[in-house]
Design a binder for this molecule. Structure first.
Ligand code: BTN
Length: 246
């Protein structure tokens, strides 16, 4: 972490960091108490009320990252946040491939990584992490969201959780650079909420249903379907029994 920017309120920590990405060094992080326009994946909103969670983003600019391995950054985020939350709570925190952390079947944390390339070389990536910590409840339109407080009764220091997660993120990023994405995948697999489960993958217009069989070394998910095995690199994967996919 080379430079930390603390804000009381911001539209989105990802957006703020993207605005300053060109002129900021690797490791710059923005941590906010509240986001007024927090963003989730697929254009969704991310509820980020004051003091209720850790809302933060880190800038990655490292010449060792390319279009082939930068996808591993999302695993660095997930593993880092899972380590921190497991340490605080003693609970089993699972990773729903590739972007969510799950506690007791509900969503505790979401990750939004955005990037810009020069050809195949990564110019910048902004990795945004939202961890629901101290919310006492969620609006009805978010039935699958939860917080650490709701699940465990623990009140936590959001800023400290962000700082601890950023430190862990650095350590996992080193693993990505030195050992490759394969090593991270091996760390994700044992705490996956997806592997071995029935899943539905939606990508563009097409939909696949099958069993999530393995995480491949490049980070993609291998799904065994009635028509054979298919690997999915990105997109939306629902897990049967999680978030209402019955
Ligand atoms: C998702 O699950 O859809 C991803 C949610 C990512 C939310 C975080 S909060 C910090 C950062 N700033 C944003 O606007 N989004 C990410």
């Amino acid at each position: 972490m080379s430079s930390l920017i603390f804000l009381d309120s911001v539209d989105s920590t990802n957006d703020r960091l993207k605005q300053i990405a060109e002129d900021s060094p690797n490791g710059t992080a923005v941590i906010a108490s509240c986001q007024t326009a927090g963003r989730g994946r697929l254009g969704r909103n991310w509820l980020s009320r004051p003091g209720e969670g850790a809302w933060f983003s880190v800038l990655v600019k490292d010449g060792r990252l390319t279009s082939a391995n930068a996808g591993g950054l999302v695993f660095c985020c997930a593993l880092a946040a899972a380590d921190v939350l497991r340490k605080i709570s003693g609970q089993e925190i699972l990773i729903k491939w590739p972007n969510d952390l799950i506690l007791n079947g509900k969503k505790l944390c979401g990750i939004l990584c955005e990037s810009g390339y020069d050809g195949d070389t990564l110019r910048w990536a902004v990795c945004g992490i939202g961890i629901n910590l101290n919310a006492q409840s969620f609006p009805p339109e978010l039935p699958f969201a939860t917080s650490l407080l709701i699940e465990t009764g623990l009140v936590t220091d959001s800023r400290q959780v962000a700082l601890d997660t950023l430190a862990k993120f650095d350590a996992y990023a080193e693993i990505l650079y030195n050992d490759g994405q394969e090593k991270l995948v091996a760390l994700v697999a044992p705490i996956s909420a997806t592997l071995g489960r029935e899943v539905r993958a939606v990508n563009g217009g097409s939909e696949l249903v099958g069993t999530a069989e393995a995480l491949l070394p490049d980070g993609s998910l291998l799904i065994s379907t009635a028509r054979g095995k298919v690997s999915v690199r990105s997109g939306e994967v629902s897990v049967r029994g999680l978030y209402g996919y019955i």
